[in-house]
Design a protein around this ligand. Structure first.
Ligand SMILES: [Zn+2]
Length: 315
């Protein structure tokens, strides 16, 4: 048993229950929100997002991990209000996304990591909500010199606090293993890392190359059929389970109650089932049809998330 940092206070790891490991309550640009206060209606959003989260709770989900990094607009006030209003346990992240932003360029790893450590040890934006996981990301540019620094920032904050790391990768560029290389060089125990968006791949050899090094992998974009249809996501999980990897898989949607990157109508047409209830409603029955039994489903949705958070403790 360990205490996990939830946005409303510590959560005993044994109470995490069914956990969605990669979701977003809100993604909206902070600069736009600051300069144009009507860019996001926070009150209306809290109401909408709480309703969405409740639909997952009604189906047995107990915990959501909000993996919104600082510079994608993580709003701790909104996240906390959604947790209070919906009754969900929500774990917030700290960390930086993959974009190469000018303000980061001149600062050393230790200074950037210091902000993340502050979020984890003291609380986010002056609240008592402490970050429970560290997010970092590598996308189509791969592990550039700049991106290497951002991964090192995550590694540094992880080693100082013991809080797990969860990543964003670009499967087309196979960026999972190079992330593991940077973490390993920085002295990170790879079993404390979730390599994210692996569910976008059907390449078993690629996925096993990550799993063999001990990391968890995120099968975490159910509902994003334009990237990879669910059917293929489900068969890949079934095959990995047959090969004995169920103990290192975690499930999620990467769904956002609001994301300012696309018009809402576009999302509704392109990804109508991209929401917090889709795994319970459609994916779990599909996994059962592919021969994945309830014990393995429980392992991926309850036991593995608990293990990700339970092994806390600084190095
Ligand atoms: Zn995400």
């Amino acid at each position: 048993m360990a205490n996990v940092n939830g946005v409303l206070g510590p959560i005993a790891s044994e109470d995490l229950g069914f956990t969605l490991m990669h979701e977003h309550v809100l993604i909206a640009n902070w600069a736009m929100r600051k300069c144009y206060p009507d860019y996001v209606d926070a009150d209306a959003h809290v109401e909408l997002a709480s309703g969405e989260v409740k639909t997952a709770l009604e189906r047995g989900v107990r915990t959501l991990v909000d993996l919104t990094p600082v510079n994608l607009g993580r709003d701790i006030d909104v996240i906390r209000r959604v947790a209070e209003r919906s009754g969900a346990q929500i774990i917030a992240a700290t960390g930086f996304y993959w974009h190469e932003e000018p303000w980061m360029e001149a600062w050393p790893v230790e200074k950037l990591a210091g902000y993340l450590i502050r979020d984890i040890e003291q609380g986010i934006e002056g609240t008592t909500a402490r970050a429970g996981i560290i997010k970092c990301a590598t996308d189509r540019l791969g592990v550039t010199e700049f991106n290497r620094k951002l991964l090192q920032v995550a590694a540094h904050a992880h080693r100082a606090t013991g809080v797990p790391i969860s990543t964003h990768t670009a499967v087309a560029e196979a960026t999972g293993p190079p992330q593991q290389d940077v973490f390993e060089e920085a002295g990170v125990d790879l079993s404390r890392v979730v390599i994210g968006h692996c569910g976008d791949s059907t390449d078993i050899a690629y996925l096993e190359s990550i799993l063999r090094r001990g990391s968890f992998i995120g099968m975490d974009r159910f509902g994003l059929d334009m990237i990879l249809p669910d059917k293929q996501r489900v068969s890949t999980i079934a095959e990995l389970c047959r090969r004995g990897w169920a103990g290192q898989l975690v499930l999620s949607h990467d769904a956002c109650c609001h994301i300012d990157w696309f018009p809402k109508e576009m999302i509704q047409v392109a990804a109508p089932r991209w929401n917090f209830r889709h795994i319970c409603d459609d994916v779990i029955p599909a996994l059962r049809e592919e021969g994945v039994g309830d014990e393995l489903i429980r392992q991926m949705t309850v036991d593995n998330p608990r293990r990700v958070f339970e092994a806390q403790g600084a190095y």
